[in-house]
Ligand binder design. Sequence first.
Ligand SMILES: C[S@@+](CC[C@H](N)C(=O)[O-])C[C@H]1O[C@@H](n2cnc3c(N)ncnc32)[C@H](O)[C@@H]1O
Length: 353
Amino acid sequence: MVSLFSGCGGLDLGFKRAGYKILWANDFDKDAQAVYIKNKLGKIDGRDILEIPASEIPDSDILTAGFPCQPFSNAGNRKGVHDSRGMLYRECSRIIGEKLPKVFVFENVKGLLSTKHIDGEKLVDVIYDDLSITGGIGYNVRYKLLNASDYGVPQNRQRVVFVGVRKDLNKTFNFPAPQSKQELKLGKVLDIPIDVPNQVDWGFSPQALEMITHIPEGGSWKNIPYENLAPRFQKIRDDMKKYHSPNFYRRFSRDEIMGTITASAQPENCGIIHPTENRRYTIREIARIQTFPDNFLFIDDNLRDIVAMYKVIGNAVPVRLAEVIALAIKEQVFENIENSLVPEKRGRVECCA
Ligand SMILES: C[S@@+](CC[C@H](N)C(=O)[O-])C[C@H]1O[C@@H](n2cnc3c(N)ncnc32)[C@H](O)[C@@H]1O
């Protein structure tokens, strides 16, 4: 497997657990690299992907890429492809076109589905069409909006996943069926033995701390009396219609499945307040919600920046979701194919050109 935009390795760990061997990974973020190395996922190339010729990337059976989601995120400014980060999927098709892995996997936020390309066409259609013919062979591309909680992840996190299978393999990927949501309630996830590492939290500002004391378990900022709201929230409360009745400062209850953990970990955009204690979730709690195992380490003397750790965890593909997809690909594509099916790539490209 070759892993682009690897982050701290959520997706990579899921694939590794499913039996894949990571040959090469890349991410230019120093904090993500530190976590990736610390947890022995392998070496990680730290360059900007824009500077890496495909010839420097090893051949692989599968290429994965969770290209940056901010330009497409509903939490972001939705500049979409007009933001330079929005064009990073082009780097994926460049590399796939040259390397022709048997399978590729992309993961992205739901907002990708409604993002328009520069010419007005839907970005998702552009990606689909591009990869259907890329490299002269093309891929059978399937994509679907998945909810991580359908696959054993204790979090309602909607993400678009693309799986492309090289056309000469004559296989089309089917997304796995949803699984039971029992056992996913927050109360279970937050029951963490005291000796598990990284149980540290990033403190709220005094203003946020004062406000959350008024929010009961299962509540939100709507429970905070007007006089206890910070002025900027009072302004919103004064004209809820104008601000589309936002649901800030959500404090999920132990009986619920948690909402999406975001990279910013702010109470304005995700339910980051502990159900019963007046604090943000700890690093370990959000790592558990993202299904990282308890021995996966984020904070130690060398990994100093706690805010950066919230970011890399929030950016990750839940490990369990990645594992389910990885196993389905293994079963549907890699089992029962002969190695002799691997085409002599250069020849194949030339013959189709
Ligand atoms: C959504 S995160 C990927 C998370 C990862 N799939 C996981 O499961 O942990 C996107 C990553 O792309 C990286 N990235 C963004 N632009 C990049 C570039 N030009 N070159 C290399 N990495 C880049 C960011 O540092 C970030 O870690």
